[in-house]
Each structure stands twice: as C-alpha cells, then as structure tokens.
Design a binder for this molecule. Structure first.
Ligand code: BMA
Length: 342
C-alpha cells in the first residue's frame, strides 16, 4: 500500500501529541497519559463537560462543549485553548440568533459537533424539535452564531457534516432514533445543495455485525479525507445485563460516494477500560465527537467523551489506523444500500 495521506486538510503543527507507548495491544490508538483533560465542575453551574467538539483555529484551538448544568439541562459552551489540552470556557452558554438576527436559545443542546466547510464553521447538535432532533448553526467568527433550519424531522441524533461538499452538495451523516434511549440505530447519509433542503437519503451502515456494536451505531467525529477514502470514527453500542456499553469503531467510506462503505473494522478501536471511561455519571461510555488532524505528519488527536463525565484524547496516525481498519475489515449485507432509486 502506498503511503496513506490526509487530504484537503490544514497543517496543525501544534496538534496535541504523545508518542505511542511501548507494548500497546489491539488497535493502534493510544490514550493521552494525563486523561481526562477536563475534570468535574469545570464552571460555576456546570457539573460535567463531555461529548464535545474541538478544531484548530487561528493557530490555537477552539471547541464547542456539552456542559451539563447543575439543573441537569445540557447546553453548549465555547472553549479556547493554546494547546488543545488545557481549556478555558466562556461562563455564558453560546447564544444563538436566528437568520433575522433575533435571539434564539434552544431548550437544551447536547453532543455538539463542529465542522469547517469552506469559509464557515458549523455546529451540529441534538436539540428539541418535538423530541430529540438535529440543530444546526453557522458562525464565521465564533462571536455570532446563526441558527439554521432544522435539517431533519424528529427523531434523530449524532449528525455530522462532511468537511467539504461532495459532487456539489453538502453531505451529512445522521442516526434516526426515537425519543428515549433508542434501542436501535443505523448511520444514514443525506445531501443538500443549500443546508436547508435535504434529500438523496442513503443508509451507510447498520448496527449488528459485531457484538460490541450490535444495538446501535452513530457517527462520531467529522470524517477525515484520506487517500484511501473518508476515515470515520463512530460509536458502537452493545447491550449488557448492566446496560449499554459505548465503544469507538472505525470505517472508511468511498471518497466520491460516501454512502458506500469500503472498509469496516470488525474490532473496536477503543472500549471502556480506564477508570474515567468505566466510572462516572453513565459508566462504560467512550463517545468520539471530534478529531483534529495534521496533514503534514498524519497525526490524529481524537476527542471523546468518557462516562458522560469527562473529555479525553487518544492519539493515532492516519497510516496506522487506516491500515488496521483495512486489515481487520469485514463487510456484510448490512452495509449494502437498499430501497434507493438509482
Ligand atoms: C446517548 C447520548 C449521549 C450519551 C450516551 C450515554 O443516548 O445521550 O450523549 O453519552 O447516551 O449516556
């Protein structure tokens, strides 16, 4: 295999990084030794920050964080960091305006993703639209956040925008669900010419191939464009006698037609095993929401929520993780598309 490269992505020379520890077993992705990077009670009136999204910005890092307020309601908070590891948070929640410039505050907002497409940054979260649904906002300066139309009808969660248009359209992954803790769920893809009207819906991949992802799956970080296809980190959920367990999975989607799965790793990449993943408000959760990558070195820093209580980082390189996913790829009938008209 020729050298695997990250494409159409900036250099991030200050990407958080630690070398691979000796004796690492399993998938070539390793935890930051100082995890978790955000502790409990990070802000007045916010008891936990987890499941949050980070990108490089202006030579530094910026993030949209899920902050669980002390009244139990989740909202989004902006964070700033020089190194992607130590964070300072705005004390106020992110305030949105609608397209007419009027204040708009969602009733709640959780599991944000943050993606740059062309000259704008998009926040995609799960909010309330007659139940759990996808909310979206655009900013160009991280000062004014303009609320966009709801892309989908309820119920839906885990929406992630691709970082560039494909065949002229914006492309978004999402996970149709129910209004509760959703005991099912596959990843779907939708296209839009304008971020308002969405269609050409396709199923990308289904739950159920391997036990660790047999209950439901959901897109995690915004896909990373590589010379082998779109690298997708996602979460896969299994049902145990003591409840759900959330692991991190990996797949490679076709570069021009990303509803086609090229490779899907049969092994999880990360599963709860450290104290901060196994113990917390909701035990046994590793929930990826963002991946910062450096096109020059191929380094990737994956940000993931832990036990609905903390944020942590894991490191890998594009070559190591893509080679591992390809080597351990098993596709099934469940990755094929049905019910479409082309
Ligand atoms: C899912 C989402 C996530 C959460 C996970 C585990 O349904 O609500 O925010 O991390 O459950 O509680």
């Amino acid at each position: 295999m020729s050298e695997i490269k990250i494409l159409n992505s900036p250099s991030v020379p200050n990407i958080p990084w630690q070398d691979k520890p000796e004796g690492l077993k399993g998938a070539p992705i390793w935890r930051y030794s100082e995890n978790p990077i955000i502790d409990r009670n990070p802000l007045e009136n916010v008891s936990r920050i987890f499941n949050s999204a980070v990108i490089s910005y202006d030579g530094k890092f910026i993030g949209v964080f899920r902050g669980e307020q002390t009244n139990g309601i989740p909202h989004m908070y902006l964070g700033h960091s020089e190194d992607g590891i130590s964070w300072e948070f705005d004390s106020e929640r992110i305030h949105l305006v609608n397209e007419a410039g009027e204040d708009y505050m969602p009733r709640y907002a959780y599991d944000p993703r943050l993606v740059k497409v062309e000259d704008a940054y998009y926040i995609i979260w799960c909010g309330d639209f007659y139940g759990a649904s996808i909310g979206m906002a655009r900013t160009t300066d991280f000062k004014t956040f303009i609320r966009l139309e709801n892309p989908f009808i309820p119920f839906n969660r885990n929406a992630v925008l691709f970082p560039r248009k494909i065949n002229g359209n914006y492309v978004m992954l999402s996970r149709p669900s129910d209004g509760g803790h959703t005991p099912f769920g596959d990843i779907f893809l939708s296209e839009s010419p304008d971020l308002a009207y969405w269609g050409k819906h396709r199923r990308v991949m289904a739950r159920g191939i391997n036990w660790w992802e047999s209950v439901k799956i959901g897109a995690g970080a915004a896909p990373i464009e590589t010379s082998e296809g779109w690298l997708l980190f996602y979460h896969g959920v299994s049902g145990t006698c003591n409840g759900f367990v959330y692991s991190v999975g990996g797949a490679i989607l076709d570069i021009d037609n990303p509803s086609v799965v090229r490779y899907r790793c049969e092994n999880f990449l990360l599963t709860p095993e450290e104290w901060y993943e196994e113990r917390g408000f909701v035990p046994n959760v590793t929930f990826p929401c963002a991946a910062v990558s450096d096109a020059d070195t191929g380094r990737i820093a994956l940000y993931y929520g832990c036990a609905d209580s903390y944020v942590s980082i894991a490191f890998t390189t594009v070559s190591e993780i893509v080679e591992y996913i390809i080597k351990h790829s098993v596709l099934s009938k469940e990755d094929e598309e049905i019910g479409i008209c082309d």
